[in-house]
Design a protein around this ligand. Structure first.
Ligand code: PXP
Length: 257
């Protein structure tokens, strides 16, 4: 197993399923394909509004994922109860707002310290590793350590948004924040992951941060899969159509004969 790990977030396979209410595409089918292709783990976010991943997905993934199953969730009693029953390998606590399109920032540990500490205690009791999704700041890394989280995931969203701003070198500044926070986390003995908004181009500078030992990537991979899988998917439909049509021809011939 690699010491630099890739966890694939398969939420958006479920987004496509939920858009039509069909049984497909099933994240249960996507997970082993990710693992066969080299993913070290599978990440899913069970949101309060169940907009993509469903409870059933997490339950069944627990039985089928061979590598690490990382469950992202809010630090609420409901979610902690579900996690303690299903027992993913890792729970990543994330902030959650109902109206947001996707997770918008790291946890505000100061403001939600009570609920975060309560969730960490319950999850640790259930022998689940806990990670906190935080902004890449010294304060957030230190607070994560203070509340007893053994893992952090640095939010790369600001870096991904600002890396295009070459003139202001905002991307480089964000990268520096990621480097410093990862280094501090590592010095404090924390397992340091990173993720959110990473794609095939902006991933390289983050992957070059030695203290980051795991990346969680979803949207870019699922999006790419739609494109690289398109040709095969159309061919399969063409074949299915042609098989159906050939039966019509046989039936007509049969009727005449
Ligand atoms: N890490 C966390 C904590 C997330 O909430 C998400 C999005 O669900 C990701 C990583 C993956 O982000 P993306 O889909 O942009 O790769």
């Amino acid at each position: 197993m690699s010491t630099f790990r890739l966890h694939v977030n398969i939420d958006h396979v479920a987004t496509l399923r939920q858009a039509r209410g069909t049984p497909y595409p099933d994240p249960l089918w996507a997970a082993p394909l990710c693992e066969l292709a080299g993913a070290d783990g599978i990440t899913v976010h069970l949101r309060e509004d169940r907009r993509h991943i469903q409870d059933r997905d997490v339950r069944l993934l627990r039985e089928t994922v061979r590598g690490v199953l990382n469950l992202e969730m809010a630090a609420t009693d409901e979610m902690v109860k579900i996690a303690c029953a299903i027992k993913p390998d890792v729970v990543t606590l994330v902030p959650e707002k109902r109206a947001e399109q996707t997770t918008e920032g790291g946890l505000n540990i100061k403001a939600s310290r009570k609920s975060v500490e309560k969730a960490i205690a319950a999850l640790k009791k259930a022998r689940i590793q806990v990670s906190l999704f935080i902004d890449p700041t010294e304060e957030a890394v230190k607070l994560s350590h203070d509340v007893g989280a053994p893992r952090i995931e640095l939010h790369t969203g600001d870096y991904c948004e600002k890396q295009h701003d070459v003139r202001a070198q905002a991307g480089e500044r964000e990268l520096e924040r990621l480097r410093n926070s990862a280094q501090l986390g590592s010095e404090l003995g924390l397992h340091v992951a990173a993720g959110h908004g990473l794609d095939y181009i902006n991933v390289a500078p983050v992957a070059a941060i030695a203290a980051v030992t795991e990346l969680n990537i979803g949207h870019a991979i699922v999006s790419r899969a739609v494109l690289v899988g398109m040709e095969c998917a159309v061919r399969e439909m063409r074949d299915a159509m042609d098989r159906g049509r050939s039966q019509l021809v046989h039936a007509t011939h049969g009727a005449r004969g």
